[in-house]
Design a protein around this ligand. Sequence first.
Ligand code: NAD
Ligand code: MG
Length: 424
Amino acid sequence: MTQRIAVLGATGSIGDSTLSILADYPEQYQVYALSGHGRLDKLLELCQQFKPSRVAVAEDKVKEFSNRLKQANISCEVVGGQAGLDNIAADAKVDTVVAAIVGAAGLSSTLTAAKAGKRILLANKEALVMAGSLMMQAVKDNGATLLPLDSEHNAIFQCLPAAVQQQNTRIHESCYGISKLWLTASGGPFLNKSLQLMQTASVSEAVKHPNWSMGQKISVDSATMMNKGLELIEACHLFDLDESQINVVIHPQSIIHSMVEYCDGSFLAQMGSPDMRTPIAHALAYPNRITAGVKSLDLYELSALEFIKPDLQKFACLKLARDAMRAGQAATIVLNAANEVAVEAFIKEQVSLTDIALINGRVLDTMHHKVSNNLMAKEDQLLTSNSTNKNSNFNGNINTLDDILVIDKLARIEAQQEVAKCRS
Ligand code: NAD
Ligand code: MG
């Protein structure tokens, strides 16, 4: 049967890799809907190629994009903004939602897809970092299926017993003897460079990833290793584990994409060329397999595979993420928000690469102080009149999307102030 697919974030790097696979399987997969925020030329080309029934753009681009489609003789409904994305994510005609929007902007549509019981191919790790419990509960309550596209999580998924994969049993309650997960990290472009060099790194140096070609935000996150921090939090939610059950190891060759350690001493690893088409093809076809145009690993050509313990002073973001996961959901929301603001400021050349960890740490401290001294409620009231988040704390329950968005907003304001301090 043909699967009808919505690719949210179609104009990005993950969108690109996904569509390159879908193009090869028109019988199995119908591209029913697409979304793009900037790069409307690219989105128009995709509409020409895939002829989706629906497309989502930014609210203020609906008219312009509708006209461009008309001129190109393409009939397709155009919807706008967050509501448009949510509407597509819940569309009864959609079987599978590829959640490939970057950052907090992808949260609402991913959550909507979960509530609508869709099969979700998740690249948007920030959705789990912000709303892990809510997302996982929505998946469970609504019979949705969540398949990770992030290469590490997809690797772990592939190394888990089938019953755990099919969400019939949880890892820590299962009798499968899983003792640890190992997330591998490339170490990014500054692995063998000094902290001083990191301090003066340009944007182009920071986004030059040694093994993967990715969007700008995740490339900066890889340079600071915040990406691995976000992935640690993502893994805790996806696999329902405590952060202490997940280790991070630097593996500069990016051949082993992550591992599951079993109590008898076995390590199961998933290996392959560093190419996102592998996890995407896996998740698209799961439990079957399809080819994805990925170059086979030439084992005869491989040199040594190295494993290194991360330096948490140099990669302070990784430590912040572990601490935030331990502190509770409010802390992971704050960390994600602060990081998005700090990365954007770095890309605009307003702060240095190492300022990102500084800003993230300071915002976590300030927000923690405010929460502990009950200052949040006041600011919260200033921002929103209908929030239920009056008593939020770093360990408390956060029950709604509104609760999350208030903390996110306050943390962004705090982070902007820290950016301003770094600039002065
Ligand atoms: P990208 O920057 O290349 O693409 C981002 C997509 O999101 C684009 O289609 C863009 O139009 C859309 N977008 C951006 N802001 C938006 C907004 N405000 N509203 C709606 N849409 C918006 O990013 P990417 O590298 O493809 O990454 C996408 C997600 O996948 C991220 O969460 C990233 O962490 C994750 N991921 C990416 C890779 C990779 O190899 N690129 C690997 C693993 C996970
Ligand atoms: Mg990854």
